[in-house]
Design a binder for this molecule. Structure first.
Ligand code: SF4
Ligand code: SF4
Length: 302
């Protein structure tokens, strides 16, 4: 377990990475508050300059009896927690090779410039490593579809709390410490969903540890499965209007220019024929207001 016995000399290091809108900073704050409850010094440094446009966000958190520097040197992160798959791979060099834990959401948020072809069904240029391959490379790895778990609980935006649940099992603090800090820091209306998400993350981590390495790897997608998940045949486009805050990100970033904001500043699909189902709008929406579903070429079409 990373960070166990860390109240001694060397500080513990947790690196949290993701893209704008995923809650990286909120997660860092929760961890920092848990540490402070134990009278530990905490130093945090973060970069979120391009967050609003879906850019990378990272936060270094260091805690212990005495912490001098706020940044984690390469190869010294006890835990690397990635809310987006490719961002996790980008920071892998920072993970300690002797027992560091890699916790990653397998969710992919592909930046628009990764699409070099706008043809229907084209593949983005994106990190080719599949979760199964990466888990074989790291000492202690946890790859999960946190977004799916949160969605099944009825609140896709609680994916970050699912990951906090997994993180809580990798650090020395008690589950109640985390529960109390989460309860004090999420909006009242989202509290129940976040409580469920936290427990779901812990349960997933416990079940994962109890499973054999072979079974854990078997459950992860390899490249074949990922390739089958692309290649759309038909596109179904759904907008949850009450979640849309009219930020305009999807409208500006849609490569086919087929979205617009209506008079109430809610996004709508203005040109369904032009929509290729590329899902850029879905991946970039910070509020999960868009869902693009595709019927795969391999599936029977009703
Ligand atoms: S759907 Fe999402 S990205 Fe688009 S305007 Fe609404 S909140 Fe912004
Ligand atoms: S509306 Fe969304 S899925 Fe359709 S082309 Fe634009 S970005 Fe892609």
């Amino acid at each position: 377990m990373a960070g166990k016995g860390s109240k001694a000399a060397a500080p513990s290091n947790v690196l949290i990475v993701g893209v704008g809108g995923q809650g990286v900073i909120m997660m860092s704050k929760v961890l920092a508050l848990v540490c402070q409850r134990h009278g530990l010094q905490v130093k945090q440094s973060e970069v979120h300059g391009m967050a609003k446009r879906g850019g990378g966000v990272f936060s270094h958190i260091r805690y212990g009896e005495t912490v001098w520097s706020p940044t984690i040197p390469k190869g010294e992160a006890d835990v690397l927690l990635a809310m987006e798959w490719s961002e996790g791979l980008r920071w892998l060099d920072y993970l300690r090779r002797d027992g560091g834990s890699f916790i990653a959401d397998t969710r992919r948020i592909v930046p628009p410039f990764a699409f070099r072809s706008r043809k229907y069904g084209s593949q983005p240029f994106y990190s080719p490593e599949a979760p199964r391959e990466v888990m074989e490379m790291v000492g202690s790895g946890f790859a999960l579809d946190a977004t799916k778990i949160a969605t099944e609980l009825g609140e896709a935006r609680a994916a970050n709390t699912v990951l906090l649940g997994v993180l809580s099992t990798a650090l020395e603090f008690s589950a109640d410490d985390w529960r109390e800090v989460i309860a004090e820091n999420v909006p009242a209306k989202a509290l129940e969903a976040n409580k469920l998400a936290f427990e779901a993350g812990r349960d997933w981590a416990d079940a994962s540890r109890a499973s054999t390495v072979e079974n854990r790897l078997k459950e992860l997608p390899g490249r074949d499965k990922e390739a089958a998940e692309i290649a759309p045949k038909t596109v179904q486009f759904d907008i949850t209007g009450e979640w849309c805050k009219g930020c305009d990100i999807c409208v500006k970033m849609c490569p086919e220019r087929c979205l617009r904001l209506n008079d109430e500043l809610i996004v709508e699909l203005s040109d369904p024929e032009a929509c290729t189902g590329c899902r850029i709008c879905e991946w970039l929406c910070p509020d999960f207001a868009i869902r693009v579903r595709r019927v795969h070429a391999l599936e029977p079409v009703a």
